[in-house]
Design a protein around this ligand. Sequence first.
Ligand SMILES: Nc1ncnc2c1ncn2[C@@H]1O[C@H](COP(=O)(O)OP(=O)(O)OP(=O)(O)O)[C@@H](O)[C@H]1O
Ligand SMILES: [Mg+2]
Length: 235
Amino acid sequence: MLTIENVYAGYGDFDILQGVNLKVNSGEIVCVIGPNGAGKSTVFKAIYGLVKIRQGRVIFGEKDITNLPPQQILQAGIAIVPQMRSVFPQMSVKENLELGMYLEKNPQRIQQRINYVLDLFPKLSERQNQPAGTMSGGEQRMLEIGRSLMLEPQMVMMDEPSAGLSPSMTKMIFENIIRLNQEIGLTVLAIEQNARQGLEASDRGYVLELGKNTYEGKASDLLGNSEVRRSFLGG
Ligand SMILES: Nc1ncnc2c1ncn2[C@@H]1O[C@H](COP(=O)(O)OP(=O)(O)OP(=O)(O)O)[C@@H](O)[C@H]1O
Ligand SMILES: [Mg+2]
């Protein structure tokens, strides 16, 4: 579904990414792990047209999406859940979901999608008319994931879905990602600091170090690999 081939990209004149290769097949959960500053978020920004790719390409389905602007990438079918919190706390849960469809003008179509997302997340449904800021951090993260589904994406990219969450909320978020993958066949590319839990929720994984992917494979194999364990999973 998504292929990243030999991508070089960065800020100013300096390439943070130095030949990244990565693949996501339809229906998979794929996790990218790696230390702080390895370039994980930069990989996302490169896919999403937020930093310029100087060499290499990004293919989504049959389409070359290298260096397309974010809006066209969204329209091509890739939604994003960013690393920074992006819920509008004063707005209701429902209004936050509507923002995920700001390109759509047909109110019936918007209502249909809101109903679809609320059906997927009963917790959000209960709170739909309350300000989003009254919900817990984990519930707000669910809202961000729900909002990313408003435009019926084929794939969602999540930058550190567990960032800033308690262990129990982290578990809840990963359970929901797995549930969406099973229930609606959602394809997910996630980045995780929380390497062990990220890999445990995934089909395949990649390790990114100093702007290059070093290890890759089935998540279960990476979890069992002694070098990966020592360097990235705390022994
Ligand atoms: N806007 C920017 N301008 C210049 N350098 C940047 C910018 N954003 C990130 N960098 C640098 O690029 C490198 C990779 O950053 P990136 O955010 O991709 O890392 P990361 O793997 O996502 O780290 P973290 O785990 O902390 O989120 C870092 O050295 C960082 O300082
Ligand atoms: Mg990051």
